[in-house]
Design a protein around this ligand. Structure first.
Ligand code: DGL
Length: 272
């Protein structure tokens, strides 16, 4: 039985999942977090689901060595490919980011036309469309893969003319679809929110699934009696691990989570 004061495990292929970790930190400031970014194997979005499932299993095995009480797959691609496969193997709660994003988008849309941008893997899986249609059949869903945005974010090119040009090409196709809501269906993309927002215009509401994911996590922890009861202000709450180049990750993470990132440890994820 997991301990309520154990950490929450959060992972992504790289830095994108920090957008979800940041929201968990905001909503549950006393909770401890172990974050893993698979920087040696990013991007996941152009890999097969079998490969992403194998990576996900290895990361879960690593997180279990850290005695986590719950796991958040802070990656749309891994949620799309692996959540249903791995959730039955575990005796702790595990959630992804897709249901949260779908729910928020349905609440936001007025004209019933929702767009999704994500990796090739996420869009190809059709999982957002399936989940949205299960909730509201009449909604029109248009997906657009934007594979180059992930390496641009990993390189820190958040405000750059190259990123602008590439995002503009990807988004032009969605502009003709009259969507009023766009899901940022990759956890890297909220870091490009201002660029995407400017290109889509003020009439399109951007949905970042991170906020709803943190809410869902809180609810799941409550249901399982797993909300921590310690005062987080006195402990070293956040631990970061990567599979490659710890220093690069630390400086990027420190710019997103000011004051929270002291060091990052590199591990060999293939050993798990
Ligand atoms: N940030 C991830 C996602 O939400 C993965 C990006 C990638 O590795 O391609 O899909």
């Amino acid at each position: 039985m997991a301990d309520r004061n154990s950490p929450i495990g959060v992972f992504d292929s790289g830095v994108g999942g920090l957008t979800v970790a940041r929201e968990i930190m905001r909503q549950m400031p006393d909770e401890r977090i172990v974050y893993f970014g698979d920087t040696a194997r990013v991007p996941y979005g152009n890999k097969s689901c079998n490969t992403v499932i194998r990576f996900t299993r290895q990361i879960i095995r690593f997180l279990m060595t850290q005695d986590v009480k719950a796991i958040v797959i802070a990656c749309n691609t891994a949620t799309a490919c692996a959540l249903e496969t791995v959730e039955n193997d575990l005796d702790i709660p595990i959630i992804g980011v897709i249901h949260a994003g779908a729910r928020t988008a349905i609440e936001s849309t007025k004209n019933g036309k929702i767009g999704i941008i994500g990796t090739e893997g996420t869009i190809r899986s059709g999982v957002y469309t399936r989940v949205i249609k299960e909730m509201r059949e009449d909604i029109e869903v248009t997906g657009k893969p934007c594979p180059l945005l992930v390496p641009l974010v990993e390189e820190g090119l958040l405000h750059d003319s190259v990123t602008d040009e590439i995002a503009s090409r990807y988004l032009s196709e969605l502009k003709g679809k009259y969507i009023d809501t766009l899901i940022l269906g990759c956890t890297h993309y909220p870091l490009l929110r201002s660029t995407v927002g400017r290109l889509m215009g003020p009439e399109v509401t951007l949905v970042n699934p991170a906020y709803e994911t943190a809410l869902e996590l809180k609810q799941v922890l409550e249901e399982n009696g797993l909300i921590c009861d310690h005062d987080g202000s006195s402990i070293d709450k956040y631990h970061f691990y990567v599979s490659d180049l710890a220093e690069k990750f630390t400086s990027f993470a420190a710019s997103i989570l000011p004051g929270q990132v002291k060091e990052t440890k590199q591990i060999n994820i293939e050993e798990y």
